[in-house]
Design a binder for this molecule. Sequence first.
Ligand SMILES: [Zn+2]
Length: 283
Amino acid sequence: MEQYFSGLSKEEQEKINNYKLLVYICNGTEKEIRDWFETINIAGVPLNKQELLNATHSGDFVTLAKATFSNSRSPQLQKWCSYINGNVNRQDILHTALKWVAKGEENIGGYMSQHRYDKTIEELKTYFETVIDWAKAVFGVPKNEMKGLEWGELYELYHSNSYNPTLLQKRVDELYADEYLTNKKGIFEYTLGGETDARLLNIRIFEESVKKTVYARQTNAAREQHISNCPECAKGHENVRIKIYKITEMDADHVTAWSKGGSTDIDNCQMLCKTHNRLKGNR
Ligand SMILES: [Zn+2]
């Protein structure tokens, strides 16, 4: 229940006004302060990584950065939260902004230390806005699965490429409609990278048209050579060695295993009889 101080009873107000706060003033090197915070961090609600960093590097830079990125009334917040996971009050937006500008989680402390006494957060702010604006320009209205992606990294990797946003967004929508595509979050990097890395999509299932093409190719070749159209059966004994399976008796198999980076395209597809496909799958 939300309450206001002015709405509390006199006794309650006095209780708050007269509450004795225990204040420690600590002096020390940055390392000593950090160790200190980590020690007192055991009690109560533990500070998260960014909160600890803010305490360690407190100064003008942190004050300014928090005013922008840790303000739950910021008019920009809704837009930012389409791309970033987390809680503004627990410094998650600020953490992401710092991670992007510092080019990695591990560089945040160094960046904050370097800028600790700066009177401006221009670089942090500009870089953050550039990344978000780029994502918005390229992919248009944000989709749910965009939230929490490493937009800073994607920006670094792909912003110098030119894209046609209309075509790109149309392609994204097509991929969204694909029921076999289990990793929708991967669609954005997949399309940015020119659709070369199918592992981003977790696609493991061959399209029907691919299966039909491979089946026809394998079966024609097998008939000419009087061997089975299952390449594994063709290595076997008399009866199965020449057996021609119907397409419904076969399954598509990744020649190079999907788990080993084999792609789900026609060049990496072979049809095996159901028995051999199952055996290979169990290996
Ligand atoms: Zn077989």
